[in-house]
Design a protein around this ligand. Structure first.
Ligand code: NAD
Length: 496
């Protein structure tokens, strides 16, 4: 693969059964920092091609499921090495098509490879057959592959949220059809192709498009599992679409993650202040697990806000994603920029105070791209849209609270429950954390800074169903098959 830093136009194609399939029409992917620049083209996969991809995966599954785990690990490790060797090229492409700064794009590859390595190291023990002999005979529990997995990923972490599915699905003996998001299709497709080059034809297939292709993936009877990461509204369509054929599903959805600062939090701790700013604005705030609403104990509120603004103005440098000084890039797409702008304007109309944060490094670039200056929103009501909805962009409301009971209630009344964080003296923070309805709660840090791929990740309530990462993130790609050999073959209560 040869991708250059800023010149080459990248073309990806639908990839079925180890072959590129020419498409009749293609869409352009622009650079969000400079929307007149075309980064590359991706195809509009037709319904017929999507069906072909699914059928190729179904045929490949028949032989792929017979391979040993050792063989699969060997192939995956070779793919990991190839990704590592191509890291710089992938990072440039990701940064150009997505808008995330280079360090952040490197971070995405770092997390992707960490998980892929973990999955390789863990899969043998995770899928080890369990044999139990007991007073009533013998029981064997095996973890069998499910079949064809439709993997549908979002635009915000296109590589990490594709490999989080590809690695465990393949290692567990499944085949896959991946559909990246049309808002960031290029780098994810390239990484999928690198992985595919180490696996037999048909084991990984890549299709492109949006809901049209998504509907085929979620209704086709050959697909037995859907692994979806994206918005809660889309997941509702997927659940309905899949209901006719009752598919297994892992759904990783939206979040409205709260960060709670207790009375015991030290507002003079500059490292902690920097961590919360990063937890709000990394990837321009476009992360499912970013801290999206901040509650601060009233006794430290004023000083907290003052220190927060200082820390934010130090860390946030909005600029060219290729400039090493930049910490915050543009929003990925115009639609998302307008969603965030709408929420900020609505808060302002309701009487909130909006404070711009950080420095703009290049005003000309800022004006031409999908940039938004990060903002802090003060004086909101706890039920204002900017507080209760997922803003998924560079703005954050900070609100005061009076006691633990109140803040736990505010946290838990949300429809979402992905991650949360509690900041302050460790034992106080853990005690509050235990009361929160969230898949992960981090203490004195938040967002990706507190992510641990060795443990299951997912959401309570409308933030999702099932878990990725950890041993569970591997077993979720299996059916649990029990083979029972009872000693007592006839039940005593059934008459002769
Ligand atoms: P989205 O739901 O708009 O799109 C996600 C994917 O679904 C895309 O590939 C899209 O093309 C596809 N899609 C759209 N309609 C479909 C349909 N009817 N059937 C099948 N597929 C369809 O989400 P997005 O805007 O790409 O991503 C942002 C959302 O993802 C946010 O809500 C964010 O919180 C969430 N997210 C969650 C996690 C997590 O782990 N919980 C991680 C990242 C992002």
């Amino acid at each position: 693969m040869t991708i250059q830093a800023d010149q080459e136009t990248v073309i990806v194609e639908t990839f079925i059964n180890g072959q590129y399939v020419k498409s009749l029409s293609q869409l352009a992917k622009e650079n969000p920092a400079n929307p007149t620049e075309i980064v590359g083209y991706f195809p509009v996969t037709t319904k017929e091609q999507a069906v072909e991809a699914i059928e190729a995966a179904a045929v490949a599954f028949k032989t792929w499921k017979q391979t040993s785990i050792d063989e699969r690990i060997m192939m995956m490790r070779k793919a990991i090495e190839k990704i590592r060797a191509a890291e710089n090229e992938i990072v440039y492409l990701l940064s150009r098509e997505h808008g995330k700064p280079l360090y952040d794009a490197h971070g995405e590859i770092y997390v992707s490879l960490m998980w892929m390595e973990f999955a390789c190291n863990e899969v043998t023990s995770a899928l080890q057959e369990e044999i139990k002999t007991h007073e009533n005979g013998k029981t064997i529990l095996s973890y069998d592959p499910i079949g064809v997995v439709a993997a549908i990923s979002p635009w915000n972490y296109p590589i990490a949220l594709s490999t989080i599915k590809i690695a465990p699905a393949l290692l567990a003996g499944n085949t896959i059809v991946l559909k990246p998001s049309p808002y960031a299709p290029l780098a994810a497709a390239k990484v999928a192709e690198i992985i595919a080059s180490e696996f037999p034809a048909g084991v990984i297939n890549v299709v492109h498009g949006d809901a049209d292709v998504g509907v085929e993936l979620t209704t086709n009877p050959h697909v037995t599992k859907i692994a979806f990461t994206g918005g809660t509204a889309t997941a509702k369509h997927i659940i309905k679409a899949a209901s006719e054929t009752i598919k297994d599903m892992t759904l990783e959805l939206g979040g409205n993650d709260a960060a709670i600062f207790l009375e015991s939090f030290d507002v003079h701790d500059e490292r902690a202040m920097r961590r919360i700013v990063i937890s709000n604005f990394l990837t321009t705030g476009q992360i499912c697990m970013i801290a999206k609403r901040v509650y601060v104990h009233r006794s430290i509120y004023d000083e907290f806000v003052e220190k927060y603004i200082e820390a934010a103005n130090r860390w946030i440098r909005i600029g060219d994603p290729f400039d090493s000084n930049t910490t915050v890039g543009p929003v990925n797409n115009l639609k998302q920029k307008n969603v965030v702008l709408g929420l900020v304007e609505d808060a302002q109309n309701r009487g909130a105070k909006v404070i711009p944060l950080g420095q703009i490094l290049d005003q000309k670039l800022f004006d031409q791209g999908y940039y938004l200056q990060p903002t802090l929103v003060l004086g909101c009501d706890v039920h204002d849209p900017i507080v209760v909805e997922e803003q998924f962009g560079p703005t954050v409301p900070i609100l005061p609270f009076d006691d633990e009971e109140q803040v736990v209630h505010l946290h838990n009344e949300s429809l979402y429950g992905l991650t949360s964080s509690v900041w302050g003296k460790e034992e106080d923070a853990i005690s509050v954390a235990r009361q929160l309805e969230a898949g992960t709660t981090m203490i004195n840090t938040a967002a990706v800074q507190g992510l641990d791929v060795r443990f299951p990740f997912g959401g309570f309530k409308q933030s999702g169903i099932g878990r990725e990462y950890g041993t569970e993130g591997i077993r979720t790609y299996t059916e649990k098959h029990v083979i029972n050999v009872p000693k007592t073959l006839d039940l005593p209560y059934i008459p002769e």
